[in-house]
Design a protein around this ligand. Structure first.
Ligand code: TXA
Ligand code: MG
Length: 350
């Protein structure tokens, strides 16, 4: 397995070329993006893409996002570019927005899980761009974690999950955004938000006017409900520990969490807690206490959520109590990931 790291700077460009050449030969390469690390393969090579599903243990009915190095690489992948796409690309590309288009025949079925649409993203991370340019092909890449685990926001997370199962890893340090891209389906008459992310519904509506939010984005899908994005139906982001979300006014949340810490300690259990910094000093006796940052600047919570979940797991806590997020702005994406990690175990104190 090839490791590429930016600090070994003299060889960096050369090693990036080596990683790109491994991908061109049908291999799998993990690389950083501004959202999370991706596990890439040549999107036009079905056998190579199949290796991604094997390495991750990913269900075959969950389609992948195709990554491109510039806008001109979009056209061959799709049969139509709707008018609203241009405004969206001008506003948010390169960046953490994935757009779903009607798919061209050159995109293999394994990439799109047999759907007649394809998801495309042009990432902003300079190393991602350098790597994608060097590949000279579109790159299919899901998050570089074992399926169902929290997405990787640093190279160490990729090693934890996929060491020995992939051909190369490019280490670009921690990811800035920390949550996967916003996914917006523009293949139908009205744009539909399939997955919330750093680009918020408020930002999208400013460009689009009309937009729907898919079932399952803000709340749990009800039984039997079929999501428009296949990935939405799986339990996701789950560490190997129990997670419980606590919702309410700050003092209610503090009282409840402190009570639960004492109660679990009486049962001999270790408890992890993650709350916003405003209430953190009032939490008493947690075995592992992590901050979600300033509640008014939620980018810190987004950036640390997945690595916190992995940290709790490593610390061997048997329960994580997490303060809930709002459902506006970036809070919608944070809540969406947190609620899934908790298997929708939410204590509402309001
Ligand atoms: O930020 C990101 O998007 C990261 C980085 C690596 O780019 N990638 C990522 O990929 O999160 P993945 O595979 O973990 O999530 C892709 C999501 C899934 O929920 C999948 O169901 C949805 O996008 N998706 C992919 N193609 C689709 C399509 N044609 N129609 C509807 N949903 C699609
Ligand atoms: Mg994923």
């Amino acid at each position: 397995m090839l490791f590429v790291k930016q600090s070994d700077s003299s060889d960096f460009a050369e090693q990036m070329k080596q990683a790109a050449s491994l991908l061109q030969q049908g291999g799998t390469v993990a690389f950083p993006t501004e959202t999370v690390y991706g596990l890439g393969a040549n999107a036009l090579n079905a056998a190579a893409v199949q290796k991604i599903f094997e390495a991750k243990g990913r269900p075959g009915d969950n389609p992948l996002i195709v990554h491109i190095a510039d806008r001109s690489a979009l056209e061959p992948l799709v049969t139509e570019i709707p008018d609203c796409a241009y405004a969206l690309m001008n506003a948010f590309w390169p960046g953490p927005l994935t757009l779903v288009f009607p798919k061209a025949p050159c995109v293999p079925d394994v990439v799109t899980a047999g759907l007649n649409t394809v998801a495309v993203r042009f990432p902003a991370h300079p190393i991602a761009q350098q790597f994608l340019k060097a590949c000279h092909c579109p790159v299919a890449a899901p998050s570089a974690n074992t399926s169902g685990r929290p997405s990787p926001t640093e190279a160490g997370h990729v090693i934890e999950d996929l060491y020995g199962k992939i051909d190369a890893l490019i280490d670009g340090g921690p990811c800035q955004v920390g949550l996967e891209s916003t996914v917006l389906d523009i293949s139908g008459p009205v744009p539909v938000l399939l997955r919330p992310g750093r680009i918020t519904p408020e930002q999208l509506r400013e460009v689009l006017g009309e937009m729907e939010i898919s079932a399952g984005v803000a709340e749990q899908l009800s039984e039997g409900e079929v999501p428009r994005s296949p990935g939405m139906k799986y339990r996701h982001y789950a560490p190997n520990t129990d997670v419980c979300v606590v919702r309410g006014e700050d003092d209610q949340v503090v009282l409840y969490i402190n009570h639960q810490i004492a109660k679990n300690h009486a049962d001999g259990k270790r408890v992890g807690v993650m709350v916003y910094q405003q209430v953190l000093p009032q939490i008493l006796g947690a075995d592992v206490l992590l901050s979600l940052g300033d509640v008014h600047h939620r980018s810190a919570a987004a950036a640390s959520l997945f690595s916190h979940l992995r940290h709790f797991e490593q610390e061997g806590v048997s329960l994580v109590l997490a303060q809930d997020s709002t459902d506006t702005g970036l809070g919608l994406a944070i809540g969406n990931r947190l609620h899934k990690a908790a298997g929708y175990q939410i204590i509402d104190l309001r």
